[in-house]
Design a protein around this ligand. Sequence first.
Ligand code: FDA
Length: 423
Amino acid sequence: MNSFDVIIIGAGAAGLMCAAVAGQRGKRVLVLEHADEVGKKILISGGGRCNFTNLNVLPKCYISKNTHFAKSALSRYTQHEFIAMVARYGIAYHEKTLGQLFCDGSARAIVAMLLAECALGQVDVRTQHSITNIAHADGMFSVSTNHGAFTAENLVLATGGPAIPKMGATGFAYDVARQFGHKIVEPRPALVPLTTPPALLPFVQGLAGIAVEAVVGISPHCHPERSEGSPRVKGSVQGDPSLKLRMTSPPTFRENILFTHRGFSGPAILQISSYWRHGDSITMDMLPNVDVLAYLKTHKQSRPKVALKTILAQVLPARLAQALAEQYTTSPMATFSDKALAAIAEQIQRFQFTPSGSEGFNKAEVTIGGIDTDGFSSQTMESRTMKGLYAIGEAMDVTGWLGGYNFQWAWSSGWVAGHALST
Ligand code: FDA
């Protein structure tokens, strides 16, 4: 039998959730997956333990051209509903930090749970099915694959975004959405390490592997098209005051940064990368708990003969303290003028650099941008112009912060669509 009520393309987080819900509502559901295994990103997520949601899911933790779009789905299927399902399946979990919930054991338990839910709904899940064509006529979608053609009144695009192509990630959903007249918000890599310009490379390479807690922010460059993210403020382009822009004021993140061989990574950098555009500078306070200038002045008085690196090493990792101190020809604290100490404090608390780029989709955890939400209902995830066409999960222009927010969007949008599917 090749005729179904709904065909879902993509057996990832969103697709499996949608399939389970629709199947349990009595719909005849087919899931087509081109990889040899379902839920591959779930399996590798959270270092193999899947950070499956966050206790503090809030709309401000999502980036989209339309910052309101995600609200409805997130409030109808919340993190608490997903946590209850995890608990029902006896999957042990813990909060790691900042509300992030991880499995105690393998992420396989989450995939097994989703497949068990699909089995309850008698969902037909088929792997290694490559889609060769999609057409729509007389109210029916027909999907051609390397294993034959299938038809359904409803088609759900759940193929995620292009982050990590070696795992089977594609921009397939964008092509299909375009085919049916939808727009795409330019996809960009997000939650991704940033690279430093050549002049800064020797400094960061010498410190590769070191992590420090920092407050990381952005000094934005004006981008006329910038409109995603949280609180918007009005601004104007320098030299053209008549052109009013809607610019974002990106949040700051207080978490670890990691020095790498190519630049910076670590949770705070991954978070800010989602707001970063070429030309923007990154600012870092690498000692947010300390008034560094006051600290240095105090030690200049109390320990004048002690080397700068020793004083810095009391509050920073030794290698970082040494690298900062090496930039000065003098060493005992007494030899530093207050102006020099202010410059050192500035370098630690207002460290600023303009990234040369990011490590791209090969290293990105998610995609910013995607199918423009303008053409879809936030209540149902159905296209406003193409009846029966749905798009869910990362394929949509909705991107969460690091910390379980992206899976929650996949669960919530999948659940909403699974409930809305008609026929
Ligand atoms: P997802 O990518 O899960 O699924 C899409 C499916 O469609 C895949 O199975 C893919 O093979 C299939 N597909 C693609 N093209 C196809 C085609 N043409 N035909 C058929 N099938 C096709 N998030 C989070 O909240 N917590 C975390 O801990 C992590 N950790 C993490 C680690 C790493 C390394 C990455 C890369 C990502 C994360 N994420 C994360 C992000 C999270 O994995 C991601 O946001 C969700 O998996 C998105 O769910 P979707 O179902 O939308 O896409």
